[in-house]
Design a protein around this ligand. Structure first.
Ligand code: GAP
Length: 464
């Protein structure tokens, strides 16, 4: 039973130290969130799982970490300065401002039908006008109005990959097809952020650009990566029925895309329209590498990029031809993945006393804490000493914690709620037989294990 709604996760996340509203001491900052001690571990584990899967386990993908602030020309030639817009409308009566697609109904022919203003009910809208959602900053000690100081915080990690295509290809002696992966922060001045960590102005992306020949079977490659990601999402605990594929129609696709399939997740099970984008897989054609290249000419024979000093084309040895590779791009959000993981891991179970307990059934490799070491009696120095020693001995190989801040029932419940797969209890008998009780989060079954065999036992259970 996944979480019934996002609010259930918001409250669990705050109560148990996964995610806190940001800047709370000053009344908060709209749609900004801070990741707490457990949230940072969960995010890191998701990112590591993704990185291991693509960069380590495959042989055709390299990783990079490019700057967040790039030369402004990157965003001119990528098309973001001209087209990375939300369309806004104002209500003339109450002056409220909305994103056009949020307040107007889209007809079958793609045109917008006006609706009543959600704030005042009037039907008096201005024309829609573009609002560029790249976040601006200024570089250096310059005057406020010096246009040459303008820079952007990247709205996607992808451009850092494109401008490094040739560096990576030559340094790593790569031949097509191959990919470059990057994980990091991106920023968008979203007009309507919201729904917890689903849509924020600062977020993290896990993007991979897969470079292929111009005559490759691009559409089949999109399907291939969709299948790969469906498998990966299930390997991190997402339920297949909660994922849905959306073939994005042409009028909704980004300027660079010839085909995009979105993997949607059921973030709103309580709503009639429960789906929202988890990630997209796009065929970006040769748009980006061409756009950043000095030698690419337009239909009239003019250089499309007179500012570039490099040519990002590729020489294909077997065919002795030079071309701009095409790109298949799976682009996923860390935060949306974490939210989906939390929602699908959420479950409730009733104990013998009829009390309902929350159990977060996280995959062991994502769980922030792998094992909690709990003393049955915290006033017995020998038991406490033994439990602390066990925790210290496990720590180098797995994330373990020691906790004695409650009775054993409460301690178990707390670990279940944060997704710790195994609890290890040290009791009076442990002092005699050098053995401990290992309790399973999902079944609540208990097993007696020798301390000398504990590390191996836990590793086996966590991997199994
Ligand atoms: N390079 C292509 C690209 O950026 P996108 O669909 O705009 O494509 C990719 O973004 C993913 O990044 C989305 O599917 C989503 O998971 C995440 N994302 C985008 N905007 C976001 C936001 N404002 N808040 C949280 N995640 C976001």
């Amino acid at each position: 039973m996944p979480a019934p709604n996002i609010d259930t996760i918001v409250s669990l996340a705050k109560r148990r130290g996964f995610v806190f509203p940001s800047s709370e001491v000053y009344g908060g900052l709209g749609s900004a969130w801070d990741y707490g001690p457990l949230g940072v571990e969960l995010c890191n584990n998701v990112k590591q799982s993704w990185w291991r899967w693509l960069v380590y386990e495959r042989d055709d993908i390299e990783g990079i970490d490019s700057s967040i602030i790039l030369n402004r020309l990157v965003w001119k030639y990528s098309g973001h300065e001209a087209t990375f817009n939300d369309w806004l409308v104002d209500c003339r009566k109450c002056k409220s401002r909305f994103r056009q697609d949020k307040v107007f109904e889209k007809a079958a022919d793609g045109s917008f039908q006006t609706k009543a203003c959600p704030s005042c009910g009037a039907h008096d809208w201005t024309d829609a006008r573009p609002f560029n959602t790249m976040l601006q900053t200024k570089l250096g000690a310059v005057a406020d109005d010096d246009p040459s100081a303008l820079a952007y915080l990247r709205p996607e990690t992808a451009q850092g990959i494109f401008i490094n295509f040739l560096n990576v290809q030559t340094a790593m002696r790569r031949k097509l097809p191959f990919g470059i992966a990057q994980v990091g922060k991106s920023f968008r001045n979203e007009v309507t952020p919201g729904n917890f960590i689903l849509r924020t102005r600062e977020f993290e992306q896990m993007e991979m650009e897969y470079f292929v020949a111009p005559d490759a079977e691009h559409s089949k490659l999109v399907d291939y990566w969709v299948e790969q990601y469906l498998d990966w999402f299930q390997s991190i605990g997402l339920i297949r029925d909660n994922l849905y594929l959306y073939e994005v129609p042409e009028d909704e696709r980004a300027h660079y895309s010839k085909r995009t399939v979105d993997i949607m997740y059921r973030y709103f099970p309580e709503r009639e329209k429960p789906w929202e984008e988890l990630m997209g897989i796009a065929w970006r054609t040769d748009f980006d590498l061409s756009a950043h290249s000095k030698n690419k000419l337009d239909a009239e024979g003019k250089r499309i990029n007179p500012d570039s000093t490099e040519d990002l084309s590729y020489f294909d040895e077997p065919t002795k031809t030079r071309f701009y590779p095409h790109v298949i791009e799976p682009a996923a959000g860390v935060n949306r993945t974490v939210l989906a993981v939390l929602m699908d891991a959420y479950s409730e179970k009733t104990n013998d006393k009829g009390e309902t307990r929350v159990i977060l059934k996280l995959s062991p490799h994502l769980a922030p804490i792998k094992a909690a070491i709990l003393p049955l009696a915290k006033n017995k120095p020998e038991i406490v000493g033994m439990a602390k020693a066990i925790k210290r001995s496990l720590q180098p190989t797995l994330r373990a914690v020691y906790d004695d801040t409650g009775g054993i029932g409460k301690l178990y419940a707390r670990q279940d709620e944060i997704g710790t797969p195994l609890c290890v209890t040290v009791d009076h008998q442990s002092l005699e037989d050098e053995a401990v009780t290992v309790r399973d989060r999902d079944t609540w079954e208990q097993e007696r294990v020798k301390v000398s065999e504990l590390a191996e036992h836990l590793q086996r259970r966590l991997q199994g």
